[in-house]
Design a protein around this ligand. Structure first.
Ligand SMILES: Nc1ncnc2c1ncn2[C@@H]1O[C@H](COP(=O)(O)OP(=O)(O)O)[C@@H](O)[C@H]1O
Ligand SMILES: [Mg+2]
Length: 227
């Protein structure tokens, strides 16, 4: 279980998160939505301890997430895929996967390729020559090489064609179902994401203004202008 209690986050004097509290159960798929600058990325950073100026408490599996200590926090099984295609462009698909899994089990690349068959097909291709969608699949594949129990994804479909967006979101659902990983996904493609998550959280100016079932958010048309 991930537990966030009364979190405030700051960049210098600028307060970006205001009294954010939420609980995520193991195995859940949750979408986080909100306007540009609402604090979505900041929230993900706090969850992995990638921001030093944080007040309040964050616990994952009853262990405290220590602000500013990402290297310790990830050992609790948290994987973070930041925005952008974070791959080693000059290395092959297979090399990327194996490097990501060095601290774990490089042979797990085989399982990752079963989740993303395109990575199997392009195993020997240089990552930099993959399409945007394929690079995103590779970045996701690399993150699951670390066997995360909690996967934090920051806008994994930004910049991708609609049909590819669906593929990426479906594979994220597969990771959740096949690996049992809890998934927390920040997305601008709200409609497509709502089909793949059970629960939605909406941030407005650093505050949680909605936390409920995806279906319920689809019905709350008054909130749609926020994203
Ligand atoms: N490194 C930073 N330094 C100062 N302000 C920042 C920094 N990163 C983000 N911010 C500010 O924090 C607010 C929330 O940003 P962010 O969490 O990136 O929002 P979102 O991901 O929802 O678009 C914005 O006002 C943004 O300008
Ligand atoms: Mg962001």
């Amino acid at each position: 279980m991930l537990q966030v209690d009364h979190v405030n986050a700051y960049y210098g004097k600028l307060q970006v998160l205001h009294d954010v509290s939420l609980t995520i159960q193991d195995g859940e798929r949750v979408g986080i939505f909100g306007h540009n600058g609402a604090g979505k990325t900041t929230l993900l950073k706090c969850l992995v301890g990638d921001l030093a100026q944080v007040e309040g408490q964050i616990h994952y599996q009853n262990q405290a997430i220590v602000a500013g200590q990402v290297h310790l926090n990830v050992r609790h099984g948290i994987g973070f895929v930041p925005q952008g295609h974070n791959v080693f462009r000059e290395l092959s698909v297979e090399q990327n996967l194996r490097i990501a899994g060095l601290m774990h089990d490089p042979a797990y690349a085989q399982t990752v390729c079963e989740i993303f068959p395109i990575l199997q097909e392009r195993k020997l291709q240089l990552a930099g020559s993959l399409s945007g969608g394929q690079q995103q699949m590779l970045a996701l594949g690399m993150s699951i090489m670390t066997r995360p129990r909690l996967l934090l994804l920051d806008e994994p479909t930004t910049g991708l064609a609609p049909i590819i967006v669906r593929d990426v979101l479906t594979s994220i659902r597969d990771i959740n179902q096949k690996e049992g990983s809890t998934v927390l996904i920040v997305e601008q493609n709200v409609q497509a994401t709502l089909k793949q998550v059970d629960r939605a959280i909406v941030l407005k100016s650093g505050r949680v203004i909605f936390d409920g079932a995806s279906k319920q958010l689809l019905e709350e048309k008054s909130l749609w202008h926020l994203f």
